[in-house]
Design a protein around this ligand. Structure first.
Ligand code: PEP
Ligand code: MN
Length: 339
């Protein structure tokens, strides 16, 4: 249920409504709007009509049901897009397209620092790099783990770029959060509910990838798991879905961008690297993502793709990335945004 407060309703009225929501066995989530506050009361759907009684409280304008199964993620509860800081002075979800770039995996200090400086010079504002890697084969490189996180921290120091890195299990969330500015949940973990709940309890933005066979509704339900625990800073990422097509690694569902933007207030990004699997296809998909309304991109860049420990074929060289960024500026301008 959404409890819509009257314009100008005071703090006491808000506190009283929150208290009554808790007494009725629901969890209140306050959303401060431009003109008025609303409170989402979430919990067991079956008895939610008891919340209707809150309509008689001072300061309450109306109590309306949220029709979508994802509540806090929906546009019903927050019609305007969410914009929030992912690092000091860097917001996502507003006028700026956030470009996150870096290697699939952290491999060495030289590799990650060199890449960080190169992507920063080309205009990226976040450095990516995997330290814990979810690999299809148990025999593939699994990542440098904490040593990789330490190298990411060095690269942040050298470049000034905040870092996004993946966490693959709930037991590592605290460790990864100690180093990372943004925690990534990979496609394979989109329905790892224990992991989603754990990252929902930390105070760091979460980049949540769409699964390769996840419907939009299932995907938003996964975002809801994080939001329901109290973490409001969820960034969505379309990274290609599995179809019958084999010419590309996955199929970039570009329509997911406007679909998601119409259903949720959360920022939406695309990952053209995992979507296509081929470096030469990445630039055009970056432009398409911006044209479709994406709030950001996450792109794999490696100083020497032929020697990459993972995902070399889809990684741009620093020079190719810089050329892509130069052209991207024009698309970003047409979209009415900045880089
Ligand atoms: C990655 O970003 O390196 C990654 C493993 O992505 P995904 O979870 O989308 O496959
Ligand atoms: Mn990768």
């Amino acid at each position: 249920m959404i409890i819509v407060m009257k314009q100008g309703a005071g703090k006491e009225a808000l506190a009283e409504v929150k208290k009554r929501i808790r007494e009725l066995g629901y969890k209140p989530h306050v959303i401060h709007g431009d003109t008025r506050d609303v409170i989402g009361a979430v919990g067991d759907e079956r008895g939610k009509t008891v919340l209707q009684s809150l309509e008689s409280l001072p300061g309450v304008e109306s109590v309306v049901p949220i029709l979508k199964p994802y509540k806090l993620a929906s546009r019903e509860i927050k019609p305007e897009p969410s914009s929030f800081e992912i690092a000091p002075g860097l917001a996502i979800g507003g006028d700026r397209v956030v470009v996150m770039a870096g290697p699939c995996s952290v491999e060495s200090e030289t590799q990650i620092v060199e890449t960080a400086l190169a992507v920063k010079a080309a205009g990226a504002t976040v450095l990516r790099g995997g330290a814990f890697k979810p690999r299809t084969s148990p025999y593939s490189f699994q990542g440098m783990e904490e040593d990789g996180l330490k190298l990411l921290a060095k690269a942040r120091e050298a470049s000034g770029l905040p870092i996004v890195t993946e966490v693959v299990n709930p037991g590592d969330v605290e460790l990864v959060a100690r180093y990372a500015d943004i925690l990534q949940i990979g496609a394979r973990n989109v329905q790892n509910f224990a992991l989603l709940k754990t990252v929902g309890r930390i105070d760091k933005p979460i980049l949540l990838k769409r699964g390769m066979a996840t419907t939009i509704q299932e995907y938003l339900m996964s975002a809801e798991y994080i939001l329901a625990e109290g973490n409001r800073r969820v960034i969505l990422c379309e990274r290609g879905i599995r179809t019958f097509e084999t010419a590309t690694r996955n199929t970039l569902d570009i329509s997911a961008v406007p679909v998601l933007k119409s259903l949720t207030h959360l920022p939406v990004t695309i990952d053209p690297s995992h979507a296509t699997g081929h470096a030469h296809l990445v630039p055009s998909m970056c432009y398409a993502g911006v044209a479709a309304g994406a709030d950001g991109l996450i792109v794999e860049v490696h100083p020497c793709p032929e020697k990459a420990a993972s995902d070399g074929p889809q990684s741009l060289r620093p020079g190719e990335f810089a050329a892509m960024m130069a052209k991207l500026r024009e698309f970003v301008k047409v979209a009415g945004k900045t880089l």
